[in-house]
Design a protein around this ligand. Structure first.
Ligand code: NAP
Length: 269
């Protein structure tokens, strides 16, 4: 399929991943939160079919992992039921839905997870994102759910920018060294979406290659990171110890260290 030959709709277009998707699909119809609220079923069911897309890419989500603990209802509406409404709209018009889920649907008791492993989330964000997966699978056949992890990109709040800022402000930056995952560049992900659309419906894991702890990740670009434990850095939401997604279905993406170099260049760091 050629990008220009299909009509694409991007929902959540101004988020970190959404912004890079807009660059990869320049001709797509792009809707921000202000223009389409995914929690409004009526609005979704009416407005998506009017656009007549062949492919809908949903990058909208409530991604504040600690905030989800405080605003559970909002988390389940945006991350759980909202994707279900989009799936219903896609089903009406025979459109393909591409949706993003997360490593946090797993509990982290194992060191890595393939696409067919059974989810068991340990926080509200993870539970709400799992509900989104289930709602989509119940309402639509033609979906691609792409599970991703530890995103960094130019158009949103992310770990790399936070660490760079703190590193300039403090003598030492404490960073947890007992949670492991795969950092992933939004530009690399956005560039892979077209490949996934051409594959069979189902669940895909897509991340940059390479596993590290948050401390190891930070140490790749700041020189005053100091390792600490999760107990020393308590957060409202529990995080899985290992949230390592293994991609068994598509060509591996490049290593996160290579992707990070490009990101730092993009940010002029
Ligand atoms: N960031 C990560 O590390 C990470 C890791 C794993 C998976 N993911 C998944 O990857 C996807 C993209 O994440 P991201 O980091 O790009 O998120 P993001 O930067 O937080 O962007 C999310 C977008 O969704 C919009 N949004 C929020 N509530 C909405 C609603 N009710 N209706 C319509 N739009 C709404 C937000 O708009 P406002 O800001 O205006 O509210 C924002 O533009 C999400 O599905 C997320 O769960 C992210």
């Amino acid at each position: 399929m050629v990008v220009g030959a299909i009509k694409t709709l991007i929902i959540g277009a101004s988020g970190m991943l959404g912004s890079d998707l807009c660059k990869v699909f320049p001709d797509a119809v792009k809707l921000t939160h202000r223009e389409l609220d995914v929690t409004n079923r009526e609005q979704v069911i009416e407005s998506v079919p009017k656009i007549k897309p062949d492919v809908v890419i949903n990058a909208a989500a409530y991604t504040n992992v600690d905030g989800c603990e405080d605003y559970q209802e909002l988390a389940f509406q945006v991350n759980g039921y909202g994707p279900g409404y989009i799936a219903e709209a896609c089903s009406k018009i025979g459109a393909t839905l591409v949706h993003f889920s997360t490593d946090y649907i797993f509990d982290g008791s194992r060191t890595e997870y393939v696409e067919s492993d059974t989810p068991s989330p340990i926080n509200v964000y993870g539970r709400s994102k799992l509900l989104g997966e289930q709602e989509i699978a119940e309402k639509l056949d033609d979906y691609r759910i792409i599970r991703i992890s530890w995103l960094f990109g130019a158009h949103g709040k992310n770990f790399v920018d936070t660490m760079l800022k703190l590193s300039g402000e403090m003598a030492e930056v404490k960073v947890v060294n007992d949670q492991f995952g795969k950092p992933t560049y939004t530009v690399d992900l956005a560039n892979k979406v077209m490949d996934i659309i051409e594959l069979e419906p189902g669940i895909y894991h897509m991340t940059n290659e390479g596993v590290c702890s948050w401390y190891e990740f930070a140490s790749a670009f700041i020189d005053n990171a100091v390792p600490c434990t999760s107990e020393e850095f308590p957060r409202k939401a529990k995080r899985p110890k290992y949230s390592v997604l293994v991609n068994t279905k598509t060509e591996p993406m490049r290593h996160w260290e290579e992707a990070l170099k490009d990101y730092l260049k993009e940010r002029n760091v």
